[in-house]
Write a new protein. Structure first.
Length: 287
């Protein structure tokens, strides 16, 4: 009987059974290294820019060629390196930006703590802050000039005013995002309100606080330069205004590029501080 039993072949050939693991196919452009992608995109932008200006579609008085801008970058750089008048102008604008950002950080974290920690701040103060934030802040520039004069004070005031609101929002939302279980633990251990704020809420809210600081670092330059446009001064904003009045658009581009380097430096400082202060978030990302 045993010799009549036939072994049937398997219904499916397991050696040719396809894998059921789903994998996403990464495109070639997404596999490029970051440095190569940045340089490649920049090269494409400059090539298109050069073609548009050389084709005659746009007059070079309105849009200068990349080579004209590069020549002005060299000229401005030499003036800065040799301690010319542009270096003094850049230092004035840098002071406005640095002091404005520091004041914005102090005021923003203070008001954000008031809004995020107290019911009075949330119910009474926050509506006024939202109403002020909806206003066109640039329109306040003549008022600051009238109140504070044509010196650095009016420029610092507008720079602070423009950059303070993201810091307020980031601080308030960060303090309100604290874990409820941690809050209950602190309450069980007998921690008072100030101890809970400093030792629990602020550490939990630091990532969002630094998000507000980074946004503020990017916007403070706009406030300072706008104040120089409208309220006079001796900074880079005044140099841009003079160059624009003379239709020297290549010089305007060069000055803007150097100002962007100052803004990027501000942002990099905030990023560096965040990595040192919020060190546990970086470790979690690496894990």
């Amino acid at each position: 009987m045993a010799s009549n039993i036939k072994v049937l072949p398997p219904l499916v050939d397991t050696t040719e059974f396809p894998s059921t693991v789903w994998t996403e196919k990464v495109s070639l452009i997404d596999r490029l290294p970051r440095s190569v992608a940045i340089l490649g995109l920049g090269a494409i932008i400059f090539a298109l820019w050069h073609l548009v200006t050389m084709s005659g579609l746009i007059n070079t008085v309105i849009l200068p060629t990349p080579f004209q801008v590069w020549n002005q970058i060299i000229t401005v750089g030499l003036n800065l390196a040799t301690g010319g008048y542009m270096l003094a102008a850049l230092w004035i604008t840098t002071q406005e930006v640095l002091i404005g950002f520091l004041l914005a950080a102090i005021i923003g974290i203070g008001l954000g703590t008031l809004v995020g920690e107290t019911k009075f701040g949330e119910r009474a103060v926050m509506p006024y802050l939202v109403a002020i934030d909806t206003m066109p802040k640039i329109a306040f520039a003549p008022l600051f000039v009238a109140w504070l004069g044509f010196g650095l004070e009016s420029k610092i005031a507008l720079a602070t005013f423009v950059s303070v609101f993201p810091i307020i929002v980031g601080t308030a939302s960060g303090l309100q995002s604290a874990d409820e279980n941690a809050h209950m633990l602190f309450r069980t251990m007998g921690a008072n309100r100030l101890q809970t704020l400093i030792r629990m809420k602020f550490p939990f809210g630091l990532p969002q606080i630094f998000t507000g600081l980074k946004i503020g670092a990017l916007s403070v330059m706009a406030g300072a330069i706008t104040a120089e446009f409208l309220g006079g001064g001796k900074g880079f904003g005044e140099l841009i205004r003079v160059a624009a009045s003379q239709l020297d658009t290549a010089r305007v581009f060069a000055l803007i590029i150097y100002l962007s380097l100052v803004g990027l430096s501000m942002y990099a400082i905030v990023m560096f501080t965040e990595k040192r202060v919020v060190f546990w978030q970086n470790r979690r990302g690496n894990d």
